[in-house]
Design a protein around this ligand. Structure first.
Ligand code: NAP
Ligand code: F7E
Length: 345
């Protein structure tokens, strides 16, 4: 049987690394798009990298960029994939306030560039996955959010993603493209980018435990997030592209924790007895020797915060037969083990 071909935009990121492995295990030929960079940006792909001199490669990387429509369309017409996964984005919410125009270009118009290439090249053959986000719900007052919850974006990042979500629906309805929007809640792993809060906390507290760092500076400790494991979530992306009909799905755990609760869980597992004192910007975390190990730095506060995210994944459970396999405890343990090993433990 002919092997399926997938093309991943954003292959060098956390999800790209997990999805590549997942699809290779399913015997796909995987093509990934990387950006030219002055330093290597393929560290998450080291163990699956195949030298270009090899014949019959299963994992093939190409240069391209979502802000360059000619690279997007020429890659799609050259590779003629069965499935395209758009995971590429300027994905940092706080950074999106600093580079709003660039973020909108990549995260919003980038999606349109792929869809338009699919429309002109082969709108019936190529299936498309768009990496949408719970950030689109932003300022919602709903306790938990599902596919019918109205969007209320609070950042340039979320606004760009709402455009991408909407244009994906429009191209599906107008041109009959098999296009799906995932609305994924936060998902983490040992491969998570270092400036996202879970990775920053696990990495920082592990170093503090090993006496290689004294203090960790953070922003808002009281926003609530629904954190799953990236490895579980890439399976849902693939399932969305392998149904009879295209559809949009919330992918989440339906559990919610504050940043402070996440810190307490990590401290507990690292056997750091954390005690909290003070309020607001003066709230601090102390270890058993009364050393201040967590302090608030207002540089990490955002112009607008998203306070309450919790995803109801009933639709994905019913139609995709998907549910998260790992809980927060397992996720945190895996992330800590990875950091301990990185620190020679
Ligand atoms: P990530 O680690 O930040 O990876 C983003 C990827 O996009 C990287 O490969 C990056 O390349 C690439 N990229 C950035 N700008 C690009 C451009 N102009 N052209 C082509 N590629 C570009 O993000 P992630 O956590 O894996 O998330 C994957 C996708 O899901 C993103 O779209 C994100 O917005 C979305 N999402 C993530 C979460 C989550 O909790 N992780 C939740 C919902 C939605 P470089 O390596 O060169 O920077
Ligand atoms: O922040 C608070 C911060 O940057 C989570 C992206 O993958 O998930 C991610 O976006 C919360 C926020 O993730 C720090 O204010 C406190 O309330 O880890 P984060 P995010 O903003 O939820 C969504 C679903 C995506 O789609 C995005 O691409 O933690 N927080 N102190 C902090 N956040 C960071 N980054 N750094 C801090 O020091």
């Amino acid at each position: 049987m002919k092997k399926k071909i997938a093309l991943i935009f954003g292959v060098t990121g956390q999800d790209g690394a997990y999805l590549s492995r997942f699809l290779l295990n399913k015997k796909y030929i995987v093509h990934g798009v990387i950006r030219r960079s002055s330093s290597f940006n393929t560290s998450r792909l080291e163990d699956i990298y195949e030298d270009p001199s090899l014949k019959n490669r299963k994992f093939i990387l190409h240069y391209g960029d979502l802000i360059d429509s000619s690279s997007v369309s020429s890659l799609i017409s050259k590779i003629m994939p069965d499935e395209i996964y758009n995971l590429a984005a300027q994905s940092h919410v706080a950074v999106s306030y600093t580079i709003p125009e660039y973020t909108s270009n990549v995260d919003g118009l980038g999606t349109l560039r792929i869809l338009d290439a699919i429309k002109s090249i082969n709108k019936k053959k190529i299936k498309f996955y768009q990496a949408g986000t719970s950030e689109m719900f932003g300022g919602t007052q709903k306790k938990s959010q599902n596919e019918n919850t109205p969007f209320d974006p609070q950042s340039p990042y979320a606004a760009g993603k709402v455009f991408a979500h909407t244009i994906t629906r429009i191209y599906r309805n107008a041109y009959g493209i098999y296009a799906c929007n995932g609305i994924l809640f936060n998902h983490e792993s040992p491969l998570r980018g270092e400036t996202f809060v879970t990775k920053k906390i696990v990495k920082g507290l592990t170093k503090i435990k090993l006496k290689k760092q004294k203090k960790l500076y953070l922003g808002n400790l009281y926003s609530k997030r629904d954190w799953g494991h990236a490895g579980d979530y890439v399976e849902a992306m693939w399932k969305m592209l392998n149904q009879k009909k295209p559809n949009d799905f919330v992918i989440s755990t339906n559990k919610q924790y504050t940043i402070k609760q996440f810190i307490n869980i990590v401290c507990n597992k690292l056997k750091i007895k954390i005690k909290w004192r003070g309020k607001g910007l003066n709230e601090k975390g102390f270890d058993q020797n009364n050393n201040c190990i967590i302090q608030i730095d207002k540089r990490y506060l955002r112009p607008l915060e998203v306070h309450n995210l919790r995803g109801d994944f009933s639709k994905a459970k019913k139609i995709l037969k998907w549910r998260p396999k790992r809980n927060l405890n397992q996720l945190v343990e895996e992330m800590i083990d990875y950091e301990l090993k990185n620190n020679g433990q």
